[in-house]
Design a protein around this ligand. Sequence first.
Ligand code: NIG
Ligand code: FE
Length: 412
Amino acid sequence: MLITNIKGLVGLHPKDKLVLRGSELSNLPVLENAWLLLEDGLIRDFGKMDAFPSSIAYLPSYNAGGRYVFPSWCDSHTHIVFAASREEEFAMKIQGKTYEEIAAAGGGILNSANKLQKASEEELFESAAIRLKQMILQGTGAVEIKSGYGLTTESEIKMLRVIKRLKDQFPIPIKATFLAAHAFPAEFKNDHQGYIALITSEMLPLIAKENLADYIDVFCEKGFFSVEETNQILKAGAKYGLKPKIHTNQLSVSGAIEVAVENNAISVDHLEESNEETINTLRNADTIVTLLPSCSFYLGIPFADAKSFIKADLPVALATDYNPGSTPSGNMNFVVSIGCIKMKMLPEQAINAATLNGAAAMEISGNYGSIAVGKKANLFITKPMPSIAYLPYSFGESMVDKVILNGEFYNG
Ligand code: NIG
Ligand code: FE
C-alpha cells in the first residue's frame, strides 16, 4: 500500500530508539507533506512528496490529503476480560463513597470475581472481543490484558485462556499478565498466606505449563496486598520467567516501588500518589512509569505528577486501565487528551507516552510504537486536522478515521 499527500507523518523515531526518557519525550519527529510505502505488513519506506520516487508512482495509492498518519496507540495496561459492567457502583461513587468503601461493601473486584466465576469462557471471549474491536477502531494497535477477576485457579486460568484466544484471533500484538494477586477472596480474608500459597504453588505452575502469561502483576495497596506480600509473589513469578508489571501508589504511597525495581519490573503503574523517594528510586532503573489519567478522572482521585516524573528523566507511558470498576473506557484518544489537560503533558509528550513508551512497557518497541523502516505497519490516519495538537485539544472526539494493521485497512 502506498499512502500519498500525508499532511504529517508522526513519530519518526529511529528503529533502534526503544524508549524515551525525560526530555526526550518532548521530541516527536514529524515529516510534513509525505508519502509512506507499506509492504508485507511492514513500513517499507517514506519520504517527502516533492521528492516522490518515479519507481513507485505506478502503485495503487491512498490519498491522505490534509490528514496525519500516526503510529497506533500502544495500550500497555487493561483489564478487558470481565463478565459484567458495574454501573451500580457509579451512583455510589457520585454520592461520595470511596473506592475502598465500595470494595468493603461487597462491590469492587470481588463483585467482578463473583460474576466472572459464573461466566463461561465463550461468553467472556465474546464480550472481550467486542471491547477490543472498539478499542482498535479508536486507534489502538497493541494491547496488554490482565487476569485478576478470577481469583480461583479455575477462573484465573479461564481468563488467561480467553486472552490467549484473543491473541490468536486478533491482528494486533497482545501481552497477557497474571494478576491473581488483585484482591484476597473472602475465604482468605484472614489467611493471606493461604491465598499466596495457592497463587505460587498451584496457579503459577499450571500457567507456566500452558504458557498462558507474559507478566505477573500485584495490586499493592492498603486493604489489598502488602509490600512484603508483593515481594513474595514477584519472587515466585520470577522462578517461572514472569517479569513484574505492578499496580501501586494508586491510593497511598507504599514501598512497592523499591520492591518493583529490585525485582526488575518492566513497569510500575498508577502512581497517582508519589513523593521524592518514589522518584529517586526510579531514577536509576529501566522501569517504566505507566500513568492512567482516565482512572483518576473517573474515580475523582488525584492525577499523577507526570511533570515531576519527566523532569526527573524517567520514561513515562500512558495507558487506559480499561476495567469495569475504576475506568470503564478503552479510549486512548481521551487518555492522551487528559494527559495533556489534567497532567499538563505537552501534546508531543503525551503522544510519545501513548505510542513508543507504551510499546516499551510491553517490550515490543523494536517493532511497534513509532514509524520507522522495518517496523510493523500498525497505524491510523486521522480526520482532517489543522495540527497535531488538535488531536488532544479536541477532547471527547475521535480524530481517528482509518485504521491500518499489518499494512491493511481494518474495519472491525
Ligand atoms: O487498575 N486498582 C486495581 N485494579 C483496577 C481496578 C479494578 C476494579 O475496580 O475492578 C485498577 O484500577
Ligand atoms: Fe489496572
